[in-house]
Design a protein around this ligand. Structure first.
Ligand code: PLP
Length: 350
């Protein structure tokens, strides 16, 4: 099998503008730092709460979902892994749109599952009916989708959940705080839906590894069967609970990112890129038919990391995380210079 390929992480001390793994350019709430400092004491000799009680309580209060419908994960990646592990035996069918988050392929390969890739429409719309027809044991929709940034309305996902009946529909909402709509409300009516959230993006806590799964208590109990006993450490639990209590901090940063996102999309279109409307903290910038691998390499040479996926569907695109206004300004200058750089004419000796 092929291992998941994470985006490049700079070495300590390396000064790069990092727009390749959709982190938040702004720091987490100062209250998080204090909570972590408080947790970093004598209590570290004790195991953490196996069901992440204080973090789950904070999530329950913020989202209005009962604690028995919430499971905490060591990043949302861990929750996705638990779901694939708990639902799929060798040969079972799992369906999701492509291109999407490539970790799904790795998780399916670990299980020996049969993958049904359902291509997105030309405008990146999710083909709901085709997904429903796949009748897979597990269906996953990343919403907003990565790397396109596009959003499927919750009512379409509700229709999909209904058609799937007993089969599980996982909606990966890692980026949903940057969008205007969420599928969390589907939980009330649809017992076959699980919603996955991450604190890595909107809450600026990628380094803490915190994720949440919302689903019917029966699904949560089933996932606990394949969970590591103490999957979140004490520092992460303290950080996660405090971050959720200071949601105003997150919302302020999200608004800043959204403003820069709209401006960035406009500028990139002005430079000749096709940019689908993004509902996430990144944009997909495409030049149909042109391999943008060399442009990504040139940007890296100039100290700016963006994400290029060397696959047939994405070769002609760059996924660019939204940074601070200053970082984006540096990026646009570098793109302009790189695209404008004609091959140097070879001087003939007289
Ligand atoms: C669509 C999607 N889901 C989940 C994740 C994992 O996030 P976490 O940091 O919570 O594991 C990512 C990370 O980039 C992602 O893009």
């Amino acid at each position: 099998m092929v291992a998941y390929q994470p985006g490049e992480q700079p070495k300590p001390g390396q000064r790069l503008i990092k727009l390749n793994t959709n982190e938040n350019p702004y720091p987490p709430s100062p209250r998080v730092r204090k909570a972590v400092a408080r947790a970093a004491g004598a209590a570290l000799r004790l195991y953490p709460a196996p069901r992440a009680d204080q973090f789950v309580e904070a999530a329950s209060r913020l989202y209005g979902v009962p604690p028995d419908m919430i499971l905490a994960g060591n990043g949302s990646d861990e929750l996705l892994a638990m779901i694939f592990r708990a639902t799929l035996d060798a040969g079972d069918r799992v369906a999701y749109p492509v291109p999407s988050y490539s970790l799904y392929d790795t998780l399916a390969a670990i299980q020996g599952a049969r993958v049904i890739h359902v291509p997105l429409e030309a405008d990146f719309a999710v083909p709901i009916e085709k997904l429903a027809r796949a009748r897979a044991k597990l269906t996953v929709v990343c919403n907003p989708n990565s790397p396109s940034g596009t959003l499927t309305p919750a009512r379409d996902l509700a229709a999909l959940a209904k058609t799937l009946g007993q089969r599980l529909l996982v909606i990966d909402e890692a980026y949903v705080d940057f969008a205007a709509d969420s599928a969390l409300k589907l939980l009330r009516r649809h017992r076959n839906v699980a919603i996955i959230r991450s604190l890595s993006k909107s809450f600026s806590l990628a380094g803490m590894r915190l994720g949440l799964c919302f689903a019917h208590p029966g699904i949560i109990e089933a996932l606990c069967k394949v969970k590591d006993s103490y999957n979140l450490n004490r520092l992460a639990l303290a950080a996660g609970a405090e971050a959720l209590r200071d949601v105003a901090w997150m919302r302020r940063n999200v608004e800043r990112v959204k403003r820069v996102r709209e401006d960035s999309a406009r500028r990139l279109r002005g430079m000749g890129f096709e940019v689908p409307p993004s509902h996430a903290n990144f944009v997909l910038a495409r030049m149909p038919g042109r391999d943008l691998g060399p442009l990504a390499a040139e940007l890296k040479r100039r100290g700016i990391l963006v994400r290029h996926f060397p696959t047939p569907l994405l070769r002609d695109a760059l996924r660019i995380s939204i940074g601070t206004p200053a970082e984006m300004k540096a990026l646009f200058r570098a793109i302009k210079e790189s695209l404008g750089a004609e091959p140097r004419p070879v001087r003939r000796k007289r």
